[in-house]
Ligand binder design. Structure first.
Ligand code: SF4
Length: 355
């Protein structure tokens, strides 16, 4: 997990007395705190993109929009029926390709603390939902400060057996005794997920994150503690030697296949506005160069034949681990699905739970 040391903590007056606010503040003793009226006014005064830096201020705030949202997916690409739970924004890691750099004009770590409202929203939802907290942050990087997963993951799952909660990370988070106790009741509903990439890509593009070996070891520990785990190869970076690099990842994957709830594959894609930011902030990175073309959603992608070749290779490697693994493509076009699987996702037997 990541260590952060905010230079100041802003606390919205409206939520200052909530017990969860006090729990988080205890973890930051010695750091100056200031009560503010409304986060939106603070951002308005200090609009800047979010970049990870030591001392990034932290804001404890009220979520005034909805916590629960359907994943927006991307235009004319197949969506995997995912929901997001917006409990925080900002991330202590600093991935070269992170979309937050061009997406947000808010330079703070934000933790939303009115989580009773979140639970109320979930109680009002209907039907089966698969949701995750990792759209605007890493789900577990700040767990030592927030205790969100230990305290609220069981409460979320207790709302309904139809809820599956995925906590996705690039950390080496390992379930401890508190976690294991909470999981005992909800081990079918909570999925701990790790994003994986070759160590070479982690070194060059996923700054401050856990090493590949540590992520896999953490996933193994989670599986041994009774959790279901998920694996995300996203973004897959196509570069010289990519097959050998990903082969080395598969060689390390010693997680019992029956503990793997699902695997996703997503080739690198990015909005054009991210390119100058990456060029400026990470001049040594080469990921935005080479054969990349705008798709129907205007995001830059590798050409279709390359994506198909990469997915077919990854699927073959995963099938060698277990042919029963549910593997899906993230934000891909119907044409690519068809060429990779020879079917629409709804017809892929292993993906019944997801689609
Ligand atoms: S872990 Fe995710 S949210 Fe954090 S910097 Fe990397 S891509 Fe962005």
């Amino acid at each position: 997990m990541a260590i952060i040391r905010p230079e100041i903590i802003y606390i919205e007056k409206e939520i200052a007395e909530l017990p969860y606010t006090r729990v988080i503040l205890q973890k930051f003793s010695g750091i100056p705190a200031q009560i503010i009226g409304d986060l939106r006014a603070l951002i308005q005064k200090n609009k800047k993109p979010f970049f990870t830096k030591t001392g990034q201020p932290l804001v404890l705030a009220k979520q005034r929009g909805r916590f629960l949202r359907k994943c927006p997916g991307t235009k004319e690409h197949i969506c995997c029926n995912y929901y997001t739970l917006n409990i925080a924004a900002g991330c202590p890691y600093d991935c070269t390709y992170c979309f937050l750099q061009s997406y947000t004009n808010n330079p703070y770590y934000i933790i939303y603390v009115n989580l009773d409202d979140m639970l109320a929203e979930l109680r009002a939802s209907r039907g089966r939902i698969r949701l995750g907290t990792g759209e605007f942050t890493d789900s577990l990087a700040l767990e030592q400060y927030t205790g969100f997963a230990a305290e609220y993951a069981p409460r979320i799952c207790a709302v309904s057996p139809d809820i599956t909660l995925e906590l996705k990370t690039k950390s080496s988070f390992t379930p401890d005794k508190i976690w294991t106790a909470g999981l005992t009741r909800f081990r079918r509903q909570i999925v701990l997920a790790w994003s994986l990439n070759p160590q070479m890509i982690i070194d060059s593009e996923e700054h401050y994150t856990a090493s590949l070996a540590d992520r896999i070891q953490a996933a193994r520990s989670a599986a041994a503690a009774g959790c279901r785990v998920a694996l995300h190869f996203d973004p897959i970076i196509y570069s010289p030697g990519w097959q050998e690099q990903y082969q080395a990842v598969f060689a390390l994957l010693n997680i019992p296949p029956e503990k793997i709830a699902w695997v996703s594959l997503g080739a690198f894609r990015f909005t054009p506005s991210l390119k100058p930011i990456i060029e400026r902030r990470f001049p040594d990175s080469t990921i935005v160069y080479g054969e990349l073309f705008p798709g129907r959603d205007r995001k830059m992608r590798y050409p279709e034949p390359i994506r198909i070749k990469v997915y077919q290779y990854m699927l073959k490697q995963l099938a060698a681990i277990s042919p029963a693994l549910p593997v899906y493509l993230c934000m891909e076009s119907p044409e690519v699905w068809q060429k990779v699987y020879n079917k629409h996702p709804a017809q892929v037997k292993q993906l019944n739970e997801l689609f």
